[in-house]
Design a protein around this ligand. Structure first.
Ligand code: FES
Length: 189
């Protein structure tokens, strides 16, 4: 490469810098929409995804003496916020259930319809009386607008206006313990 060509390339690069800066400034408000809790220019900072905040709800086999044992728990979800603590912790009520196939599953109790807290109803006759629907087995059922979720079918909506199953928690088996470690991505409802 001759000296003339090198100089031209260098001048082109220098001339392009203000243009790149202008595009960067124009694009930054859109990037703030994608990463709203990230400080400006902190592109390599810690993830701002919501995370579990201790204490982690933990259970053992002894807590589930029979199939369909259902236990309530409270899960702390941490959100990055611009406040003096740098975070906000929201408490999300959940149910952890032992299924007849031996699996232990956990769901947020916040109803995906309009956010009421739903109940565990073990007896199908009880459900028929209180929620206008007779299921084949234990269900989650919401007192507000009578949505019913079939736990044996991964929380499928079997009655009522709910648009989808409730959000699941990730349950990790460590040794003899079941730990509720994360909430399925999305909003808390
Ligand atoms: S809020 Fe649960 S069914 Fe409407």
């Amino acid at each position: 490469m001759t000296d003339g060509v090198k100089r031209r390339a260098l001048l082109k690069t220098v001339a392009a810098l203000p243009l790149a800066l202008t595009f960067g400034l124009l694009a930054s408000p859109f990037l703030r929409i994608l990463l709203p809790t990230r400080r400006p220019l902190d592109v390599l900072g810690e993830s701002d995804q919501p995370l579990a905040e201790p204490p982690i709800p933990t259970f053992t086999d002894k807590d589930f003496p029979k199939d369909w044992t259902c236990l309530p728990f409270m899960f702390n979800q941490k959100y990055v916020e611009y406040n003096p603590e740098g975070k906000e912790v929201r408490k999300i009520p959940g149910f952890i259930v032992k299924l007849p196939n031996g699996d232990v599953v956990a769901y947020s109790r916040i109803c995906p319809h309009l956010g009421c807290i739903f109940n565990f109803v073990e007896d199908p006759n009880e459900c028929a009386k209180g929620y206008n629907f007779k299921p084949n087995g234990p269900v989650f059922a919401c007192p507000c607008h009578l949505s019913v979720y079939d736990i044996a079918q991964a929380g499928k909506v079997v009655s009522g206006p709910a648009p989808r199953p409730p959000r699941k928690f990730e349950v990790k088996k460590e040794g003899g313990a079941y730990k509720v470690v994360a909430l399925e991505a999305g909003s808390i409802a």
